[in-house]
Design a protein around this ligand. Structure first.
Ligand code: ZN
Length: 391
């Protein structure tokens, strides 16, 4: 079974240290390369779909979370405040309040809407040590987040557009959702007590799911404190489910932050995450691909294998040219073992470039693919182009 914790260690993707703390993994070079490739892909996907990217701090004053409603409804999942200079600061439990203030920082008019704001940013959750493990339950999350501020009559189309984006990304990443869940409010103080508001936002999400012909389950008590969610569920090899992507309709925070625009009343906030937190996403991708990542996200895209020491200078030159062409490439010299042993050690690398006397003479690399098939001599520029191919 592909357990991401075992593969993560074997492939040098990530690790933890008790001195940093549980639930706080760090990314090793191979894992950081995978993560960066995904970050770049999602950033470009969002840009092509009209998002503007922002950056905001990972903490804010306690009053910010009192205003957003987190303090009243979500405090038990938050880290306790830090006292600095007589003020209390909290590690953020979500990016929404910062984005609401970014919206409010400029005068907005009906013509500016929908305003789509995205950020890949840190958020923090005070999970108990007992439930933490690998990349799936962590205390520091790097979240692919975004908020669409739109007029009420635009909300349904924006929800649908967010689902299009999610489905496109899943296809590209090789993710298969196990089910769509419409997550509704439950009883108690974890949910804002405003039944008409909930009915309105639930209707928007339910109508869109029906209009798109998607099968879905409705579950009470799984909503956000401010509104319902469409949650797109994935499962690990043991069948344990978790939420990866989400789309939410929120009438609450625009009210709390007194958001407005000229030519209309209050904008609606559509919260959406295309691929969720990068920790959970990469854990899932490790398991889905068994470590054999598609070329565009592979930690090492090309390994250069000289047949013997005689081809070492040519092989070193090839690595240099591959890196120059934009590939993540490395050398596996002959002193590391037989060609067969070196190929086995790099069996997850998409392009294996064997350099023998013939290749030295021709100046081209013979490409061997992961499945053992030969792609023949391929110019480096073409290999680099192929490994960039995501859209
Ligand atoms: Zn949000």
């Amino acid at each position: 079974m592909n357990d991401h914790r075992r593969l993560g260690r074997e492939l040098g993707l990530f690790d933890t240290d008790p001195l940093i703390g549980s639930g706080l993994p760090f990314w090793l070079p191979a894992g950081a390369a995978v993560r960066k490739a995904i970050e770049d892909y999602v950033h470009e996907l969002e840009r092509r779909h009209g998002y503007q990217h922002v950056n905001s701090p990972v903490l804010g004053k306690r009053e910010l979370y009192e205003k957003s409603g987190h303090w009243a409804h979500y405090a038990e999942d938050m880290f306790p405040p830090m006292l600095v200079g007589g003020e209390e600061f909290v590690l953020r439990p979500s990016l929404c309040p910062h984005h609401a203030l970014i919206y409010r920082s400029r005068q907005r008019s009906h013509r500016d809407l929908p305003l789509r704001v995205a950020e890949l940013g840190g958020m923090y959750r005070s999970e108990l040590s007992g439930v933490l493990g690998g990349l799936t339950r962590v205390r520091a999350i790097q979240l692919n987040d975004g908020h669409v501020f739109c007029a009420p009559e635009q909300a349904a189309d924006e929800v649908s557009a967010a689902l299009d984006l999610i489905e496109a990304a899943h296809a590209q990443l090789g993710i298969q959702a196990v089910r769509y869940r419409l997550s509704l409010r439950g009883e108690g103080t974890k949910f804002v007590d405003d039944p008409p508001m909930w009915e309105r936002s639930e209707a928007v999400l339910r109508d869109i799911l029906k209009r798109r012909g998607r099968a879905f389950d409705e579950e009470r008590g799984e909503g956000a404190f401010y509104g319902p969610k469409i949650d797109i569920q994935i499962a690990d090899p043991a069948g344990r489910e978790s939420t990866l992507s989400t789309v939410q309709v929120d009438y609450y925070q625009p009210e709390r932050f007194d958001l407005g625009y000229t030519g209309g009343d209050r904008p609606v906030m559509v919260h959406r995450s295309v691929v969720g937190g990068l920790e959970r996403l990469v854990a899932h991708l490790i398991e889905v691909h068994g470590g054999a990542f598609p070329a565009w996200m592979a930690p090492v895209q090309a390994v250069v294998l000289p047949l013997s020491d005689a081809e070492l200078p040519a092989a070193e030159d090839l690595v240099r040219r591959a890196v120059e062409a934009g590939l993540r490439a490395e050398l596996a010299p002959a002193d590391r073992g037989t060609l067969g042993a070196r190929i086995r050690a790099h069996r997850l690398v998409p392009y294996q470039l064997v350099v023998g006397p013939r290749e030295v003479a021709s100046g081209q690399a013979s490409v061997r693919l992961r499945d053992g098939s030969q792609a023949g001599p391929v110019p480096l520029a073409e290999l680099a182009e192929r490994s960039r191919h995501r859209f």
